[in-house]
Design a protein around this ligand. Structure first.
Ligand code: NAD
Ligand code: UFG
Length: 336
């Protein structure tokens, strides 16, 4: 089977590409490298001994997307391409709606033209907005708290409408919780541009000495230690969920799944666990709450287990150990 992976040089895509190639899928990747670099593609090829047909370009470029489908008989698409920085999406909403929504539309247009109607979409726990009841199940109420989240929710609605319009379409919407960690080889991992927005890349850069001190955004939430609680999932487990989604895609016209572990850890739990993995304490200070953050967010993962046979296997120590290996062996990410 030949899979087109959009955003194929990115963090989650690179880990998914390894599994796809190891399991005998062929991978075609497209990425405009707006938040990644081609080195991740090379490293995946190095790890697996297999080639990726890589196209540098934009998913909104209909001509390029048509060329890809002309040159390859694509069986299914995993659509990772998207911008994901919540803060930036509030400052420059047009950039997010343009990139994330127009990519979806051009992709579907070209897929329809070539009769390729299997799609796995990267959605997010952000579509649940402020949780009213935990754990979050797939039928918990949906809402939007920022433009990034709006593009994910609209994306879900768009792909849902497409799949309902034609029984040949099969769409899987995967709602990721908080992906962390790296491949156990230490060769691929998350390589954020500039100062990281997310907790674990920040913590790992403090550990390696690139940043001085973590700001813990709030210790007065109604949680066990007052800091925010999230459902962190190892990125290799998350990658596995895509393989499971592909295997089950023909059984569903539209499948919606939470992809997490079902376990919530606080910011201080994460700081402590990472300190254990890297062998020294992580410097932190308590700061103001970050606007838009929720106190607690974790998934009910029963549906993915029941329908896809997917269960996350890696624990917090695995996440921290693998992230530390990646960060310490590649202090500047993919850049020498
Ligand atoms: P990432 O930035 O590492 O990967 C996204 C890739 O898409 C990047 O390589 C970027 O260059 C590329 N890209 C963006 N717009 C493009 C376009 N128009 N055309 C071609 N390429 C384009 O991010 P990631 O963490 O791997 O996330 C992958 C997907 O999962 C995104 O859609 C993101 O919104 C979603 N997601 C991520 C998280 C998370 O915390 N990492 C959580 C929930 C959902
Ligand atoms: N945090 C800090 N200090 C930091 C960064 C984060 O204390 O420097 C705290 C946050 O306040 C929060 C927790 O760490 O309590 C996790 O924050 P992240 O930024 O790592 O992750 P979020 O849960 O805020 O958001 C992530 C993605 C979103 C996605 C969401 C749900 O960034 O795109 O998970 O999938 F929508």
């Amino acid at each position: 089977m030949k899979i087109l992976v959009t955003g194929g040089a990115g963090y989650i895509a690179s880990h998914t590409n390894v599994l796809l190639l190891e399991r005998g899928y062929e991978v075609v990747a497209v990425d405009n490298l707006s938040n990644s670099c081609e080195e991740s593609i090379k490293r995946v090829e190095e790890l697996t001994g297999k080639k990726i047909a890589f196209y540098q370009g934009d998913c909104r470029d209909e001509e390029l997307m048509t060329k890809i489908f002309q040159e390859h008989k694509i069986d299914a698409v995993i659509h990772f391409a998207g911008l994901k920085a919540v803060g930036e999406s509030c400052r420059i909403p047009l950039k997010y709606y343009d990139n994330n929504m127009n990519s979806n539309m051009v992709l579907v247009k070209v897929m329809e033209k070539f009769g390729c109607k299997r799609l796995v979409f990267s959605s997010s726990a952000t579509v649940y907005g402020v949780p009213k009841k935990l754990p979050l199940t797939e039928d918990s109420p949906l809402s939007v708290t920022n433009p990034y989240g709006a593009t994910k929710l609209l994306g879900e609605q768009f792909f849902g409408d497409i799949s309902r319009s034609d029984p040949d379409w099969h769409v899987m919407l995967l709602r990721y919780f908080n992906p962390v960690g790296a491949h156990e080889s230490g060769r691929i991992g998350e390589d954020p541009a500039g100062i990281p927005n997310n907790l674990m890349p920040y913590v790992s850069q403090v550990a390696v000495g690139k940043l001085k001190c973590l700001s813990v955004y709030g210790n007065d939430y109604p949680t066990k230690d007052g800091t925010g609680v999230r459902d962190y999932i190892h990125v290799v487990d998350l990658a596995e969920a895509h393989l499971a989604a592909l295997q089950h895609i023909d059984e569903h016209q539209i499948g919606i799944y939470n992809v997490g572990t079902g376990v919530g850890y606080s910011v201080l739990d994460m700081v402590k666990a990472f300190g254990k993995a890297c062998g020294h304490e992580i410097a932190y200070r308590i700061a103001e709450r970050r606007s838009g953050d929720v106190a607690e967010c974790y998934a009910c993962c029963d549906k993915a287990k029941k329908e896809l046979g997917f269960v996350a296997k890696k624990n917090l120590d695995d996440m921290c150990r693998d992230l530390w290996r990646w960060q310490s062996e590649n202090p500047n990410g993919y850049h020498a």
